[in-house]
Design a protein around this ligand. Structure first.
Ligand SMILES: [Zn+2]
Length: 373
């Protein structure tokens, strides 16, 4: 029932359309045409304008053939680089790039599987409830597209993002919330040899503060990091400015708030003790997902995956995805493993058997929702 060569061709065609974040225009045009050919009315939002990119998020509503709850499937159209001039090749049942670019199975494998599932539904006249599909832009740049999307235009009560690492069968049910934290120190410049006592060294103040701050793994659920440090203007000038960029993550929102407060307070106090001035800016990047095996969105995925003969595996991850944003907007959402490997590298590949399993899982979820009715 799944047309393997159609699925492979569709995936390879999309993989070869360059769509690095912000430059998704050609991919948007292709996907819109594909959806329209399947008789769907395609909507595009204003995310492209807001993000100064070529394209907005696309979404479609597929009317039901039988009554059931509305479910949403989501995948992203953008990729990381190097993503120009991609040539996909097949070797021993595996699709990979020629080696000088990424492949783009992250996340076009998901889009290909979704299109194939639509074709199977139409050809086999499979019954289905109301479906919504969302194709985002800018995912690789901090989930920017999903953050722009107006979720009130959707009716879905459960959502499945197809964008997780791991083989088909993986269901990511927990992911952290994250704060980006920027620390700034303002000291006072002076000549390092003539009158250093007139200066206040921002670099040293920062260093003393940083040495007192937690960094790395805090507890099972919580981590924080200092990632970038910049400052000073010349070797012989007492540094009057220094800035540090870091982050904190936790599966637990109150732990995130706590660790962020500790980092902020420690930094402010220590810098001020050195006579310098400190500023700390905190930006909340995305909310946590904390589902458990008994939640419906999870149970439905488990049953659907089992029905395809695969083994469901519930997992926790250390990063955010569009699922974080969808879930945060009140639609319970898990992220499903689609079998893409070595993503964000020129060694990226996906097995053809995984593309097929992805399609089967999508069809099985659609079928499971009807059974639940
Ligand atoms: Zn992805």
């Amino acid at each position: 029932m799944i047309n393997e060569s159609r699925l492979i061709n569709s995936f390879i065609t999309m993989a070869q359309i360059p769509s690095i974040s912000g430059r998704e225009g050609k991919m948007r045009d292709y996907l819109r045409a594909q959806l329209q050919e399947r008789g769907l009315e395609v909507n595009e939002d204003e995310a492209g304008l807001a993000l100064q990119g070529e394209a907005g998020n696309l979404w479609v509503k597929i009317p039901a053939s039988v009554e059931a709850e509305t479910i949403l499937f989501a995948a992203h159209m953008d990729t990381v680089g190097p993503g120009e001039g991609i040539q996909a090749i097949i070797e021993d049942g595996v699709i990979k790039s020629k080696g000088n670019t990424i492949l783009g199975s992250d996340d076009k494998a998901a889009i290909a599987a979704l299109l194939e599932a639509l074709d199977v539904i139409r050809e086999k006249r499979l019954p289905h409830g109301p479906l919504e599909l969302l194709f985002t832009v800018g995912e690789e740049q901090g989930l920017q597209g999903a953050k722009q999307f107006d979720f009130t235009s959707l009716k879905a009560t459960m959502a499945y993002v197809l964008d997780a690492g791991g083989d088909p069968g993986v269901i990511v049910i927990q992911s952290p919330c994250q704060n980006e934290i920027e620390y700034k120190v303002y000291g006072k410049p002076a000549h390092a040899g003539i009158n250093p006592e007139k200066g206040i060294n921002a670099i040293q103040a920062a260093a003393l503060a940083l040495s007192r701050m937690p960094c790395g793994r805090i507890d099972e659920e919580t981590t924080c990091n200092l990632g970038i440090i910049q400052g000073g203007t010349a070797r012989n000038i007492v540094a009057d400015y220094c800035q540090i960029k870091g982050e904190a993550r936790s599966l637990n929102r109150s732990r995130l708030d706590q660790i962020t407060q500790t980092l902020k307070n420690t930094f402010m106090e220590e810098v001020q003790r050195q006579g310098a001035r400190a500023e700390v800016e905190v930006k909340f990047l995305y909310p946590e997902i904390r589902l458990d095996p008994e939640d419906r969105v999870v149970k439905t995925a488990v049953k659907a995956i089992e029905s395809t003969g695969l083994q469901p595996r519930l997992e926790s991850t250390g990063g955010g995805s569009d699922a974080s944003i969808i879930h945060g907007n009140g639609i319970p959402c898990v992220n499903l493993g689609i079998g893409m490997s070595n993503v964000h590298s020129c060694d990226e590949y996906i097995k053809i058997s995984h593309l097929i399993k992805d399609t089967k899982i999508i069809l099985a979820i659609i079928n499971e929702i009807i059974k639940e009715k």
